[in-house]
Design a protein around this ligand. Sequence first.
Ligand code: PFF
Length: 488
Amino acid sequence: MKHEWSSRLTFILAAVGSAVGLGNVWKFPYITGEYGGGFFIFAYLFCVALIGLPIMLTEIALGRRGKHSPVNTLAELSLEAGASPRWNLLGWSGMIAGCLILSYYSVIAGEVMAYTFRAASGMFTQQTADGIKGIFNTLTSDAEKLLAWHTLFIVLTVVAVARGVKGGIEKTVTFLMPALFIVLLVLVGYAMNSGGFSQALDFMFTPDMDKFFYARNDAGAYLVDANGEKIFTWKALMVAMGHAFFTLSLGMGAIMMYGSYLNRHVSIGKMAMIIVSLDTLVALLAGLAIFPLVFVNNLDPASGPGLIFETLPLAFASMPGGAFIGTLFFALLFFAALSSAISLIEPTVAFLIESKKMRRIKATAWTGFVIWLTGLATIFSMTGLTLKDIGEALLGAIGLDEIELNSALFQYNPFQVIDFFTASIMLPLGGMLIAIFAGWIMDRESTQREFSFSNRFIYPVWYFMVRYISPVLVLMVFLNIIGIFSFD
Ligand code: PFF
């Protein structure tokens, strides 16, 4: 049975639900401040316009034309275009990326759930910096606790997806998305009155070209060459581009999947514009909710992964109504994570239903189980497992324990490897190939038909972008990230 969204609004809610997630509420505010505020935002909008928006349009158009899960949609569309059906490998790599991303996303979302309860129980109130750090360490060093929260989050995701597109996904996002917007607005309202708002605006929107264009060390000091000159770098642009993919859920078929449930008579130009704008708006509002609290409490805005789990609870510890605001904040993050998780698993579930004739409940349960199991790698990473430990255990098993694994690479943990491999390689590569497929392999007539309900200027602009601009820009980012090519 083929599904269709009940209305275009439910499609928008689901797609925005996918896009808005941990990436917006935690990562975007922090990297914005880190790389020069207003100038970074300008660069990010540039990437969203030149890469994100065209690829978003492409995924919706292809999904709607194929009407299947990404693997089968790509197989069908390549047959139609007389190209190799192997383009469906792109769908396979998307499913794998989605499952891998969800495996760690769920562990972090589990921590968010744990923090929602901790905030609600008043655990942060009146704590010192050491006390807050202790709470974080206690949680992340206890594999059993992490496992319990990870399990709960996967179960919630599986239940939502198993109930079907209309009964599960639509119902969940129809509740979650408005709740998320309301909570976010309450938090921004609170932050506006907290006393740190103008400092936060300054931090986020004052263009700082130096921070954008010159290399700095971990402590934030500028690096200089032998002549004492600052060192020029394109790294901030790379970060902005990489984030555009992750935050818009592009490159792995999530949006293509949602596009396949979209009615033929909807303007995809309008849909893509709305999704991209709302995702960006939420990211900006998240910054405006978080940074004032950080500044008014004299905390460090650039504290990286610790920003929401260590810095922000410290702000909640000392402010009036902190327990309440803290609970709202983490609940918001949980909503955002759940609606993204749903979209990470749906392409695989839909594929199993179509191609393996599984029932939805069974398909979701199996996929959830595999992802849950993969998540153990992230849990043990949190508690200290590194690639070196794994390598040594493997070598030991075959009797080669005298070999030393000293390369810097072995200091990374499995979570870091999965994160880098998916977000920095699989998504950009997937997005680039999707653009190439639509721009160079498919017939013009078949792509054009999908744009018939959009403004007539959108098609020629889109066509030019997916042929000449987006793939080239992504290729540059991609080569830069894996170090083959450098702008410096
Ligand atoms: N867009 C989500 C975020 O910003 O947190 C993450 C994500 C969801 C990435 C779905 C990829 C995806 F397919």
